[in-house]
Design a protein around this ligand. Sequence first.
Ligand SMILES: [Zn+2]
Length: 169
Amino acid sequence: MIRPISRYGAEVLHQPARPVSDITPEITQLVDDMIQTMYAAPGIGLAATQIGVPLRIFVADISLGRNPADLITFINPEFVERDGMQLEEEGCLSVPGFNATLARPSRVVVKGLNRHGEEQVIEGTGLLARCFQHEMDHLEGTLFVDRLRGLQKDLIVRKIKKLSRAGKW
Ligand SMILES: [Zn+2]
């Protein structure tokens, strides 16, 4: 089932998510819904908080569904390694219509469970590294806008508030 995506300002997006204690059928269903919602958007990643569920789960597919092997589900993910630096433009399904250039490590290694509850360790470089970090931020209640400083951040936040007031957010 495709679920509605929460937008910047929704409480669930701005709070840390809780670890998943058991991979129940409800969790498997949630993961399926997240995958469907991500592909429908379309996006290359989606965290559970974005569909209003404060649990530490994200899905990612930098091929946007073209390569089934690229579909990744992480439950209770943690960083094992982070290094290098990349400067690229970034956006978010919860902040539609906005993007900004952001510095992120260029390589990360993430450890966590897959949808079957088995431990997996996945290295990401370039776009995948950026995607992993963006989704991990979501699990801490951080959006890319929160990582911006000064004018760049003020401008986006001001525009979002204006859209909100007009009932267009
Ligand atoms: Zn996002």
